[in-house]
Design a protein around this ligand. Structure first.
Ligand SMILES: [Zn+2]
Length: 415
């Protein structure tokens, strides 16, 4: 089983927008661009809304059937570990193995020594084609990288073998993610991480490093875009070289856990993959839920009232809602409008505050981030929320499709 050159991860917390999401991929195809849809939902999201992985599978399969999509598609068990992988085995065919928690834990002395020994060919001046200059690699460099990452890779391999024993070889896509950590991984570190992955025999097809800068959910990138570009391009070259040196799958590509809406770096990523003729997997967060809220606001009446109620409830539960997302949101509480103020808004005003359009003076990224993490409140409303999704299906679907196509695909793939 192989993933195509371009793939795009979409999240959908309430499993109602599968068709609206897939519609964006159909529009891309009409422009001659093939992008593989991957429905991703993390364990954190499933736990928060109390949903089961099989629901994501059903949603994806139904969307594919109803819209007669004849390309491939996948269901991603996103950010799983040994403790929760089992509930995803049946319904997923893409596994994002998250070993961030193991980074920095030391492997045994014996394992470290064999890692250093395995990579001794690269000691001295390491030249990676496409990267200017060279890297100095000593035993000490290898030891430091090994101490940081080897145990994490060994854990990833354990999880991979666990999935393989249940699903069979070649029956699923393997991603390894290390993005949910505070420190980014350098291109040189990535090279030796890939060496260790190969030594463990894991057929990794996508790898998600942590890049420098902030990838907050649902808002733009914060950081030095030029530095990101340099890092990203070097990572592309590292993967190319590692595939050859370590005999990794030829379609191995970067996975960028973008957290959606990284408008300032999507064009940079796009032009670099075109420059080097590389593939990419871009993950987005469950911001489809924000499109639902936008659509409900635009629908006015009781749907707008419900959106307002969710917002004022979110203000009350601020700390609790933000806690699990502390590394991927930055909310300035002073910029959050009061419930009184919001209650006077019409649907357009609410949608303008929420929709990520930096050119709109009413856009409020703090409100947007708070609502992003407030889906738990909507989940608690049960049918009162999902009935509204059904009632205002069309206006919501338009927001969902347009968000993926116009705010993401056109920027990344230049269509
Ligand atoms: Zn991630």
């Amino acid at each position: 089983m192989q993933i195509g050159k371009f793939s795009f991860g979409i999240g959908d917390r309430f499993a109602h927008q599968g068709e609206a999401q897939l519609q964006a991929f159909i529009m891309a195809r009409q422009k001659g661009l093939d992008v593989t849809p991957v429905w991703n939902k993390s364990n954190r999201e499933h736990t928060t809304v109390n949903s089961q992985p099989v629901e994501t599978r059903k949603e994806a399969d139904n969307a594919v059937r109803n819209l007669k999509w004849d390309g491939s598609w996948f269901v991603d068990a996103d950010h799983i570990n040994m403790g929760n992988v089992d509930r995803y085995i049946d319904s997923s065919d893409f596994f994002t193995i998250d070993v961030a928690d193991y980074i920095g834990q030391k492997a045994s002395e014996e394992d470290l020594n064999s890692f250093i020994e395995n990579n001794s060919d690269f000691e001295g001046e390491l030249i990676i084609p496409g990267i200017e200059g060279s890297f100095k690699v000593s035993k000490e460099t290898l030891r430091l990288i090994g101490e940081k990452f080897l145990l994490a890779i060994r854990e990833a391999a354990k999880i991979y073998r666990h999935i393989e024993s249940a699903k069979g070889k070649n029956n699923f896509i393997t991603e390894i993610s290390m993005d949910e950590v505070s420190q980014s991984q350098s291109p040189l570190e990535l090279f030796f991480i890939l060496s260790a992955i190969s030594a463990e025999g894991v057929p990794v097809q996508t790898i998600a490093p942590k890049f420098s800068g902030r990838f907050n959910k649902g808002v733009d990138y914060e950081g030095d875009a030029d530095q990101f570009a340099e890092e990203f391009e070097q990572d592309l070259m590292v993967i190319d070289f590692a595939v050859k040196k370590f005999n990794l799958p030829g379609n191995l590509k970067l996975s960028v856990h973008s957290g959606s809406d990284k408008f300032s770096i999507y064009p940079v990523m796009g032009s670099l993959i075109r420059k080097h003729d590389k593939g990419i997997h871009v993950k987005t967060a469950g911001t489809t839920w924000l499109e639902e809220m936008t659509g409900m606001a635009m629908a006015e009446g009781s749907a707008l009232d419900l959106a307002k109620r969710i917002y004022s409830e979110a203000l009350k539960q601020f700390d609790e809602l933000c806690k699990p997302y502390s590394t991927v949101i930055d909310i300035n509480k002073d910029n959050l409008p009061s419930p009184e103020e919001v209650s006077s808004w019409d649907g357009t005003r609410f949608a303008d505050a929420l929709r990520h359009d930096p050119a709109n003076p009413s856009y409020n990224s703090d409100l947007r981030q708070l609502i992003h993490v407030s889906y738990k409140i909507a989940a608690g409303m049960g049918n009162a929320y999902t009935d509204m999704l059904v009632r205002h299906k069309e206006i919501i679907a338009r927001q969902v499709t347009d968000n993926i196509y116009y705010r993401h695909f056109t920027r990344i793939f230049d269509i």
